[in-house]
Design a protein around this ligand. Structure first.
Ligand code: ATP
Length: 246
């Protein structure tokens, strides 16, 4: 990753620590995410990737270290406030309100996550559904969607709060190659509109195509950080991760 001075950084993690009892899941994470970039994150199962997202989003408190977002220390800021400040996320297992329509799900995100008033939230929800190509299913109950459309909805819900930083947690999992390409197109469009993306993903072909750089989490630390080609060719990375098979 190129050197980034503070004005170009949207997110800065300094010596982050997160422990579950004796388990040091995050053990001194230092990371600077440049504004406008797509940063891929990989690591073996259980490495702590989702925990890192939970810490950045404010769902879990840290045991040490600091998180700066858009130049401000947000280490002790509530999850609700972080969302209002511009941190959005998707979940590994999408859990929309199944009995609500697609539109209502995104509207709820815009109202609660984004803090928009009803009129603005409604307008924004329509825009976001256009952006992820789900507008034609606005009135469909979320529980009736195909996997790809569920992923589109998960993305739309995250975009509902108009994030400046979007955390994607394994959004390409379970899709066919063609479906993955469709999703990549949408994510690339989100990025080109100025949203910074940190993307945890096991589908490496997706990161290879989309990411500006990739970091590898292992043993509580980031053991690699560089261009997709360099990181995925790195011997230490292959040993701890790719050994499991791409
Ligand atoms: N709330 C919690 N309490 C105790 N241990 C937890 C908690 N959340 C996660 N862990 C543990 O922390 C470790 C990291 O889990 P995490 O889900 O962050 O890994 P991951 O890298 O996202 O894995 P995967 O690729 O399988 O999604 C695991 O050993 C997990 O069991």
């Amino acid at each position: 990753m190129p050197d980034v001075n503070q004005s170009q950084a949207i997110l800065e993690l300094s010596n982050l620590q997160k422990h579950f009892g004796a388990l040091r899941v995050l053990d001194g994470i230092n990371l600077t995410v440049p504004k406008g970039s797509i940063l891929g994150m990989i690591g073996p199962n259980g490495a702590g990737k989702t925990t890192l997202f939970n810490v950045i989003a404010g769902v879990l408190p840290v045991n040490g270290g600091a998180i700066r977002f858009q130049g401000k220390d947000i280490t002790k800021v509530s999850v609700w406030n972080r969302s209002r400040q511009g941190i959005g996320r998707t979940y590994q297992i999408p859990k929309p309100f199944s009995n609500m329509s697609v539109f209502e799900n995104v509207l709820a995100a815009a109202l609660h996550g984004g803090g928009l008033a009803m009129g603005d939230a409604s307008f924004h929800a329509e825009e976001v559904l256009e952006q992820v190509n789900l507008a034609h299913r606005s009135e469909t109950q979320a529980g009736e969607l195909s996997l790809l459309d569920l992923k589109r909805l998960e993305l739309a819900k995250a975009l509902g709060s108009a994030p400046r930083l979007l955390l994607l947690d394994e959004i390409a999992g379970g899709l066919t190659d063609a479906e993955c390409d469709t999703l990549l197109q949408i994510i690339s469009d989100v990025s080109s509109r100025g949203t910074t993306i940190v993307w945890i993903e096991h589908v490496l072909r997706a990161l290879r195509r989309a990411a500006d750089s990739i970091v590898v989490l292992y043993g509580g630390k980031l053991i690699a950080n560089g261009s997709p080609d360099a990181v995925l060719a790195d011997k230490a990375v292959k040993d701890v991760y790719l050994g499991a098979g791409e």
